[in-house]
Ligand binder design. Structure first.
Ligand SMILES: Nc1ncnc2c1ncn2[C@@H]1O[C@H](COP(=O)(O)OP(=O)(O)O)[C@@H](O)[C@H]1O
Ligand SMILES: N[C@@H](CCC(=O)OP(=O)(O)O)C(=O)O
Length: 373
């Protein structure tokens, strides 16, 4: 049986001192926690922030930069230093680690998405801990995640991980920001992260963090929907604390996962792919896709937008104008525009090679029910 995977995301606030600089003792605590998990038989992927923290002072700055260029330059200096610290700590315990830098465009391109998976799996097979960070110095603003919570959730989905641990400076979710409100109460368990809860949690962050609890909950929701269990909590001195967390003995917040892991193909279509067109469909086609487990046939298409080629991802819109999901189209825009509304037999008379389905069931992800779109 495959070994279970845990993705551990360590935020800036869990790696830095009160001036925002990398603190080696805190980093060592994370490594010890990871080693504790590995001893129990888990394979572990670390998503670590801290590059900006590790680099800004070398640029002669007295505090963490605020501009995008400043952050990118600090990350360029600090990423090497950060990974070097990890290498030393893992090596002292007889383990190897490796740097993997990712950007959003690596996930949007299906070949690069699968390549990232292959690289991470290879490292895990060799018991080398992949240490992932956003490739800060090349990611431009529009395609940046900016915080590593989302990146960690996507990596956990990609690996179909058992657990995502979000390590931060607060022991989980509270009814209000506990650093501002001493009356705030901890919330230990969530069956789901719904919109009402997300609206209640404000965007406030720790002094040097980028995401805040709102971004952690959004990331947790995404991971949970893809079938990954989530824990949000602080690092403890006891090296077995991560192990305790996955044994449901942590003092932070647990978020339940969907009953099954969503396939990588579905995740890629729903979350990562960019749609290059839109198909409007009638009520019968919407019912077939959403309720009857059917495919989309030419006769159900009422309008076409975009100039896509076959194999690209399109969004499907129902008669009320609502997006009902995404799928890989088997027709180019030119052909479906010509044959929309036609019966399949008539389509075949025009083009004997035309597939029966415009979007096959296997290439379709509904926005209703799975809600990962
Ligand atoms: N309801 C809440 N419960 C817990 N923390 C909250 C809440 N609302 C806001 N926060 C803030 O979220 C911060 C943790 O997120 P962040 O600063 O992004 O840390 P990290 O660097 O670990 O990713 C906490 O320090 C706290 O200030
Ligand atoms: N990629 C950046 C991390 C971004 C960030 O600060 O994220 P986080 O502290 O997890 O909210 C870095 O390595 O400094």
């Amino acid at each position: 049986m495959d070994r279970q995977t845990v993705v551990v995301k360590v935020g800036t606030s869990s790696l830095t001192d009160d001036r925002g600089r990398l603190e080696e003792e805190k980093l060592a605590r994370q490594v010890d926690g990871v080693l504790g998990l590995m001893e129990t038989g888990y394979q572990v992927v670390l998503v670590s922030s801290g590059a900006i923290a590790a680099g800004f002072h070398e640029l002669g700055l007295s505090s963490r930069p605020r501009t995008l260029a400043g952050k990118q330059a600090a990350a360029a200096v600090g990423q090497g230093a950060l990974v070097q610290r990890y290498r030393e700590r893992f090596a002292a315990k007889g383990k190897g680690c490796a740097q993997v830098l990712l950007t959003r465009s690596d996930f949007a391109d299906r070949v690069r998405y699968l390549n990232a998976l292959a690289t991470i799996n290879y490292l895990l097979g060799k018991e080398v801990v992949p240490i992932i960070n956003e490739n800060d110095s090349v990611a431009v603003d529009e395609i940046r995640w900016g915080d590593n919570d989302t990146l960690a959730a996507l990596v956990a989905g990609l690996l179909q991980a058992e657990w995502l641990l979000l390590v931060t400076n607060t022991d989980g979710l509270y009814t209000d920001n506990p650093h501002k409100n001493r009356q705030a109460q901890p919330i230990r368990r969530l069956t789901e992260v719904d919109d009402t809860l997300l609206q209640q949690v404000d965007g406030s962050k720790s002094t040097f963090g980028s995401g805040g609890m709102h971004s952690k909950l959004t990331a947790a929701r995404l991971a949970a929907k893809t079938g990954v269990r989530v824990y949000i909590g602080t690092a403890k001195d006891d090296p077995s604390w991560m192990r305790n967390a996955v044994q449901q003995e942590g003092s932070g917040t647990y978020i339940e996962a969907a009953a099954r892991h969503v396939s990588r193909k579905e995740q890629w279509i729903a979350v990562h792919s960019a749609s290059t067109g839109r198909l409007h469909v009638d009520n019968g086609a919407a019912r077939a896709l959403l309720q009857e487990g059917g495919s989309l046939l030419p006769c159900g298409v009422t309008a076409v937008e975009g100039t896509f080629a076959e194999g690209e991802i399109v969004e499907v819109i129902d008669s009320m104008g609502v997006s009902i999901g995404k799928g890989r189209i088997r027709y180019p825009a030119t052909l479906i525009t010509q044959v929309m509304g036609w019966q399949s037999t008539d389509v075949l008379k025009l083009n004997p090679d035309a597939p029966a389905e415009v979007i096959h069931r296997d290439d379709w992800v509904s926005a209703v029910g799975t809600e990962i779109c």
